[in-house]
Write a protein that binds this ligand. Structure first.
Ligand SMILES: [Mg+2]
Ligand SMILES: [Zn+2]
Length: 236
């Protein structure tokens, strides 16, 4: 059976939450009250992000400087390599912003070839003077949670019924993804959420641990063998 690995971005591929850093640096302080409404479940992430980003004033240069200071988990490249070797398709699903994700990932020349075929499903951000306009290309009318990016919906689209969806994440914005996934790697508040909801998960702190876990399973996870058998059956 084919495996598809879905990765959260903020706090998972990076060590910090990029949106929080943007808000801390450039937003009027009311963003925290909006955040509290979202955390308490009084508001979906789409309305939350929309209201918070309206409070941001930053030039493109200021935002880029902040983005260029953000570090990527040093196990990310290794994880992508393990997935390539084991025919595991990888996608990034994030409620954060495509602009930020692309700029941060583009800094590393080693990652570029490994990211070929990796889809980035995230909120859309673009500059408009010192304001930032946002859109939600992966929100969905059937989403009952008010998600900015509906992670379970994206996972359903990109890993069809014939595939196993593996999810790696760290935060509250990953809770619906974790409920939907066939297998979960969790840290931080996502790990707490899974523990209280009785969702089985592998705890991890760095992506190198996720890579090692997937590599150790090797052929058991490897979809290639199954596919070769199927191709052989169709030919005969
Ligand atoms: Mg996160
Ligand atoms: Zn949703």
């Amino acid at each position: 059976m084919k495996n598809v690995l879905f990765l959260d971005f903020d706090g998972t591929i990076t060590q910090c939450d990029v949106t929080d850093l943007i808000l801390e640096a450039f937003a009027e302080p009311q963003w925290r009250a909006i955040e509290a409404d979202w955390e308490a479940g009084r508001m979906g992430s789409r309305d939350c992000l929309h209201a918070q980003m309206r409070l941001v004033r930053a030039s493109r240069r200021e935002l880029d400087d902040l983005l260029d200071s953000i570090e990527i988990d040093d196990g990310f490249g290794g994880l992508l390599e393990v997935c390539a070797c084991n025919s595991i398709q990888v996608h990034i699903v994030s409620e954060g912003f495509d602009y930020c994700i692309r700029r941060i990932l583009a800094r590393s020349a080693e990652l570029t070839p490994l990211l070929r075929g990796v889809r980035i499903c995230a909120s859309h951000l673009e500059p408009e003077g010192d304001r930032w306009r946002i859109e939600f290309p992966f929100a969905h009318h059937s989403c009952p949670h008010g998600c900015a990016t509906c992670k379970p919906m994206v996972m359903r689209l990109l890993a069809r019924a014939s595939a196993r969806a593996i999810f790696v994440g760290d935060g509250l914005s990953d809770r619906y993804a974790a409920q939907h996934a066939d297998e979960v790697f969790a840290k931080g508040r996502l790990a707490d959420f899974c523990a209280t909801r009785g969702i089985a998960f592998f705890p991890y702190a760095r992506l190198a641990e996720v890579a090692a876990h997937l590599a150790a399973r090797g052929d058991a996870l490897n979809g290639r063998a199954d596919e070769e058998i199927l191709v052989g059956m169709e030919a005969s």
